[in-house]
Design a protein around this ligand. Structure first.
Ligand code: AVJ
Length: 324
C-alpha cells in the first residue's frame, strides 16, 4: 500500500487563478446579454449546495441515473472489461465513480479531474484508502480548457472516460461536439465513454427540477454573486437578484438566470456595471436531448453509440460509446 500523505498536492494543478476569474467575470458582465461562466458556480459552498440539489425529490436526474446504473452495472462492467484506466472530468465528490469502481474488473488507475481543489484532494485521499490497488492521480483543472494528463505507472488495456450526471448538458452544441472530440482523442482507438445524458420530457417536470420548493437551486445560483463579492471584492446586493429558470424549447435547454429586481449598479475592479430592473445575468444552460439527437452529436465527434440504458419513464439515459 502506498503512503497516505494527508498533505498531498494534486498531480497537476491547472486551477484558474484569481486573474482569470476576474477577467472572465468582466467579459461576461460587459456583454449585451450579461452572463457568468457556469464553472464558477462550483466553489466549496456551491459544490455542497449542488450535492443537496441532487438529493431533492424534484431533481430527478441523480436518482434516475443511479437506478439505471444499479440495474445494469454488471453489463456495463462486462462491456468495459478488465484493467482499464478511468478518467472522470468534474468528479465532484466521486460518489458515482465509486459505484462503478466497485464493479470494474481490476481497474489500473483513476484520474479524477475537478476544479474544486479542496474537495478533489480530500476525495483522492479517500479513494487511495478504499482502493489500495488503484493508482489515483488527481488533476485540478477546469476541464473545459486544455490540460495535461498524468501517466499512470501501470499499463492499461483501455481508457474509459466516465462522464455521469448529464454534465454534457452544460455545453452548447458546438462546444459539446468539441468536448466529445477531445474525449475521443483521450480515449484513443479502442477507448470508450460511459456518459449520462438527460432526455427531453414533460415541461412541468423540468420546471420543478430547476425551481425546487426548498430554494436550493436559487441559493446555488445566487452563491455565484456571493463568491464574486468575496473573491473579487465586488458589491452585489444579494437581495437585488432573483433566481429564474425556464425551459427554452427552441434551444432544447433549461436556462438559469439571475434577474435584477431593480435598477442598480455594481462595482468591480474599479469599474461600474449597471443593471436595469428586469435585466438578467445568464449563469447556466442544461440541454435536453432525444436519443437521435445525441447519437448524431456522438457520431459527429467520432463515437459510435454501442449501448443505451434507460429508466422506465425514459427520462434519462446512460450510454456506452466507443471510438471508431
Ligand atoms: C450538472 C449540468 C447536470 O443541468 O441539471 C442542476 C446542473 N444546475 N441544477 C443540471 C444544475 C442547477 C446540472 N448538471
Amino acid at each position: 500500500m502506498r503512503d497516505k500523505d494527508t498533505s498531498r498536492k494534486p498531480s497537476y494543478d491547472f486551477k484558474p487563478g484569481h486573474d482569470s476569474f476576474l477577467a472572465e467575470v468582466l467579459i461576461g458582465l460587459r456583454k449585451p446579454q450579461k452572463e457568468l461562466p457556469t464553472k464558477y458556480l462550483y466553489d466549496e459552498h456551491g459544490s455542497r449546495l449542488f450535492e443537496r440539489i441532487c438529493e431533492l425529490r424534484e431533481y430527478y436526474i441523480t436518482r434516475t441515473e443511479a437506478s439505471i446504473m444499479q440495474a445494469h452495472i454488471e453489463e456495463m462492467a462486462e462491456l468495459i472489461g478488465p484493467r482499464v484506466l478511468v478518467i472522470e472530468h468534474g468528479c465532484g465528490n466521486c460518489q458515482k465513480v465509486r459505484f462503478l469502481m466497485d464493479y470494474l474488473h481490476d481497474p489500473v488507475a483513476f484520474i479524477p479531474v475537478d476544479i474544486s481543489q479542496e474537495q478533489l484532494l480530500r476525495v483522492a485521499r479517500e479513494l487511495d484508502s478504499v482502493y489500495p490497488r488503484l493508482q489515483v492521480l488527481p488533476v485540478c483543472a477546469d476541464y473545459t480548457s486544455s490540460f495535461e494528463l498524468p501517466v499512470p505507472k501501470q499499463e492499461s488495456k483501455r481508457t474509459v472516460v466516465y462522464f455521469p450526471g448529464s454534465t454534457i448538458s452544460n455545453f452548447d452544441p458546438i462546444p459539446a461536439k468539441h468536448f466529445l472530440e477531445h474525449i475521443a482523442s483521450l480515449c484513443g482507438s479502442g477507448g470508450a465513454l460511459l456518459i449520462g445524458v438527460d432526455l427531453k420530457k414533460d415541461l412541468a417536470v423540468l420546471h420543478d427540477a430547476y425551481n425546487d420548493s426548498e430554494g436550493l437551486t436559487a441559493a446555488f445560483n445566487l452563491n455565484l454573486l456571493q463568491r464574486i463579492n468575496r473573491e473579487l471584492d465586488c458589491d452585489f446586493q444579494l437581495d437585488g437578484f432573483e433566481h429564474y429558470a425556464f425551459y427554452n424549447p427552441r434551444e432544447s435547454r433549461v436556462e438559469l438566470h439571475l434577474v435584477s429586481n431593480r435598477d442598480q449598479v455594481v462595482h468591480l475592479d474599479g469599474k461600474t456595471i449597471s443593471f436595469a430592473k428586469g435585466e438578467s445575468i445568464w449563469t447556466e444552460n442544461s440541454y435536453k436531448y432525444n436519443l437521435d439527437e445525441f447519437q448524431q452529436l456522438a457520431a459527429a465527434a467520432g463515437f459510435r453509440v454501442e449501448r443505451v440504458w434507460l429508466d422506465e419513464r425514459q427520462w434519462f439515459s446512460v450510454q456506452y460509446l466507443t471510438t471508431r
